[in-house]
Design a binder for this molecule. Structure first.
Ligand SMILES: [Fe+2]
Length: 235
């Protein structure tokens, strides 16, 4: 599947809206471990309809900014991980990293797709019709999914499934049920069914076998495709 800039912007509507702001492009360019910067609100918080300045500023300065600060702290700790680090320590750090990384990314995408005129039209409407029957049906499903999370916590994401080549609506009860804005390159199944018949509980031997069978050409093809999509988003 070939994607030009227009395709990518259409395919990833939330990200496209966010990346329309120079502040977010600058963040992507300096996205090194432990050095993530808090991206300012890309709009005037006094100008939104039905969302107060107090709410938006608190959300940005406390919830979002807190995630960025904590992500930097966790990444600094992860820089010290070695083969001798206890697995439970690594597990805790990786869980927190995923939480804060996704929280930071999703909040940037959330703020980035606000401050518009509220109309869903154009190519997104067409893609929504293909995936869900109509743009109105897509909005109905987004609203229903949101209400399934009401009173608790979570995210609703209308994204583009590169594997199935179409829009997909996903639900997440927290920050950690998927990595936001990620295109898979290397994928390792660590469910027990992947190795138990051959290796029993000896998971390390399965991991050795996995690496012995890894298809480097396919990984490089995926990486090139991902870099192309990322470059198109920044163009
Ligand atoms: Fe939030």
């Amino acid at each position: 599947m070939k994607m030009n800039r227009r395709d990518v912007l259409t395919a990833l509507p939330a990200g496209a809206a966010a990346l329309a702001f120079p502040e977010l492009r600058r963040e992507r360019a300096s996205d090194k471990p432990g050095t993530h910067e808090i991206v300012p609100l890309p709009f005037d918080p006094t100008k939104l309809r039905g969302l107060s300045e107090k709410l938006i500023v608190s959300h940005h300065d406390n919830n979002y900014a807190g995630a960025v600060k904590n992500l930097n702290r966790v990444e600094a700790e992860l820089a010290n991980v070695t083969k001798d680090t206890p697995p439970f320590v690594v597990a805790g750090l990786k869980e927190r990293e995923l939480t804060f990384r996704n929280s930071a990314a999703l909040h940037e995408l959330y703020f980035g797709n606000l401050a518009g005129d509220g109309k869903l039209e154009g190519e997104l409407a067409g893609a929504a019709a293909t995936a869900f029957g109509s743009a109105a049906r897509c909005e109905e499903l987004i609203r229903a999914t949101a209400m399934a999370l009401a009173g608790g916590s979570g995210w609703v994401v209308l994204g583009y499934d590169l594997h199935r080549d179409g829009l997909a609506l996903s639900w997440s009860g927290g920050h950690t049920q998927h990595l936001a804005a990620c295109l898979p390159v290397l994928v390792l199944d660590m469910y027990e069914h992947s190795y138990h018949l051959d290796y029993g509980a000896a998971a390390a031997r399965y991991v050795d076998a996995f690496f012995a069978n890894l298809h480097g050409e396919e990984l490089n093809r995926r990486l090139a495709a991902a870099r192309k999509a990322a470059a198109a988003m920044r163009a």
